[in-house]
Design a binder for this molecule. Structure first.
Ligand SMILES: [Zn+2]
Length: 203
């Protein structure tokens, strides 16, 4: 399914072309499918590549969405020299874009487009929810330490991404983390939701 996605999915192909134009080409060896212990559909590890969690994706469509999502992170990592993944607002910006541009919220967008402009004026609920869940998985959210401004972190799993069935613990620390994640998404929403680079509009 991964090979098929890389070869045929137009969003994924365009993102890879954009990475190449941005000076960060990624070959097929950049992608790997493996079993994941964490509740995630996939992840992007700067300097390593994109992982698709084979045990958490059930269809070709899900693989396509996961790969597109992680490639948006790879592009953001490439184009923003000062992007600091431990900084929840930086992470939130990339998660908003990844949720928005990967097709993960297509059905919702269809509804919003054909319905009214309510969803747009009030922010896209699906994108917002997915971005919050992903930011809440940032290790610097669950164990908050001051994020360094230069982002020189050895954080190896910069953007583990929650799958739809994320298991949520009800401990107070995870509640506090969700609140921080929500705050980070809110803080950068307007700018990052509108930023559809490298697409002219939401694909
Ligand atoms: Zn993500």
């Amino acid at each position: 399914m991964l090979a098929r996605c890389l070869r045929w999915n137009p969003t994924v192909r365009f993102l890879r072309e954009s990475l190449e134009r941005a000076g960060c080409p990624v070959g097929d060896e950049f992608f790997a499918a493996r079993r994941c212990d964490e509740q995630a559909g996939g992840g992007f590890m700067p300097g390593e590549g994109v992982v698709v969690c084979a045990n958490h994706v059930a269809s070709q469509d899900e693989v396509n969405v996961v790969v597109a999502h992680e490639l948006v992170h790879a592009l953001d990592h490439c184009r923003a020299a000062n992007l600091a993944w431990p900084d929840l607002q930086h992470h939130a910006c990339s998660e908003i874009r990844a949720a928005n541009l990967s097709g993960a919220c297509h059905m919702h967008r269809e509804f919003a487009t054909r319905g009214s402009d309510f969803a747009f004026r009030n922010g896209h609920p699906c994108v917002r929810r997915k971005a919050q869940l992903s930011v809440a998985m940032n290790p610097f959210c669950t164990q908050p330490t001051p994020a360094t401004a230069d982002g020189s972190s050895s954080n190896s799993n910069a953007s583990g991404d929650s799958s739809s069935s994320s298991s949520s613990s009800s401990s107070s620390s995870s509640t506090a983390c969700m609140a921080r994640a929500r705050g980070a998404v809110d803080a950068v929403w307007d700018v990052c939701y509108r930023d559809t680079t490298p697409f002219d509009r939401i694909p």
